[in-house]
Each structure stands twice: as structure tokens, then as C-alpha cells.
Design a protein around this ligand. Structure first.
Ligand code: SF4
Ligand code: SF4
Length: 144
């Protein structure tokens, strides 16, 4: 078997080094410089309570048990969604399952790392319904 030419390899390496000196760096300076995520990026779950029918399909289909739907008033279609971002695998199954297009995944809100547990539990719903749940029904949210 023919041995590789050492001089040729050294020449290639020097060429690469010289080229890289004059090339613009491609390293992204994150988090100092923040580039936009692609539009279809799957970031934090977003819930629109106005469209929700309370069918619970999203809850049943979630493989990570990351969403709960708490009924405030079924007749008036008042629901609050408790989303556990730390359990979510960002698979978007809930988005696909929802026939009423209540759910989406944000391409802007995706920097979710935290050293505290609190930001990972998110309450979605109409403002008054979330306030009602948190203030009037402490049994529903014992952590609060
Ligand atoms: S994206 Fe996947 S893991 Fe996250 S809440 Fe939806 S179904 Fe569950
Ligand atoms: S699947 Fe859609 S309509 Fe049904 S409970 Fe979930 S968010 Fe509401």
C-alpha cells in the first residue's frame, strides 16, 4: 500500500491555516449576539384559550404528561392550561392533535434554561381565569 506523502499533508495543513487567518469567523457569539430561530422552530408551547373546546385531546396525546387542562367553567368554555416546560420534549404532538388550532410552538420564546424550578410551570388562559385558579383554588396548585 502506498504511504501518504508527508510533505503534501503539511502543505495542505499550512494552506488551511493561512486561509483560516483571512476568513471571517463563523462562530456565533451567542448569547451576546442572538440570531433568529427558523420560523418552524419548536420553542415554548403557546395556548389560545379563546379557541379551546376542552376536548382534552392534547392532554391525552402528550407523551410526556407535560400539559394539564383545568376546567373553570365547562359551559362557558373557561379553561386554564398548566404547562410543564421541563417535561416537554417539544415534539409538537399536541399541536397536531388539536383540531381547533389552539396550540402552537413559539419560534421566538425558546431560551428556557433556568436554575429555578418556577419558570417551568406555566399557566395559560384568560387572565381572570388564571387569577381565579391561583387565588380561589389553592388545592389545584399547591405549590403556589
Ligand atoms: S410538545 Fe409534545 S411533549 Fe410538549 S406538551 Fe406538546 S405533546 Fe407534550
Ligand atoms: S386539543 Fe385543543 S381544543 Fe382540545 S383541550 Fe387541547 S387545546 Fe383545547
Amino acid at each position: 500500500m502506498k504511504k501518504p506523502n508527508k510533505r503534501l499533508r503539511l502543505g495542505t495543513m499550512i494552506g488551511d491555516v493561512v486561509r483560516s487567518i483571512f476568513r471571517r469567523p463563523i462562530t456565533q457569539q451567542y448569547p451576546f449576539v442572538r440570531t433568529e430561530a427558523p420560523p418552524r422552530f419548536r420553542g415554548k408551547l403557546v395556548y389560545d384559550p379563546e379557541k379551546c373546546a376542552g376536548c382534552m385531546l392534547c392532554v391525552k396525546d402528550c407523551p410526556s404528561d407535560a400539559i394539564e387542562l383545568i376546567t373553570i367553567d365547562k359551559a362557558a368554555k373557561k379553561f386554564v392550561m398548566r404547562y410543564h416546560a421541563d417535561r416537554c420534549t417539544y415534539c409538537a404532538q399536541c399541536v397536531i392533535s388539536c383540531r381547533f388550532k389552539c396550540l402552537s410552538m413559539s419560534s421566538e420564546d425558546w431560551e428556557l434554561a433556568s436554575v429555578h424550578k418556577e419558570p417551568f410551570e406555566v399557566y395559560y388562559g384568560r387572565e381572570e381565569d388564571v387569577a381565579f385558579l391561583l387565588e380561589k383554588r389553592p388545592a389545584e396548585c399547591p405549590e403556589e
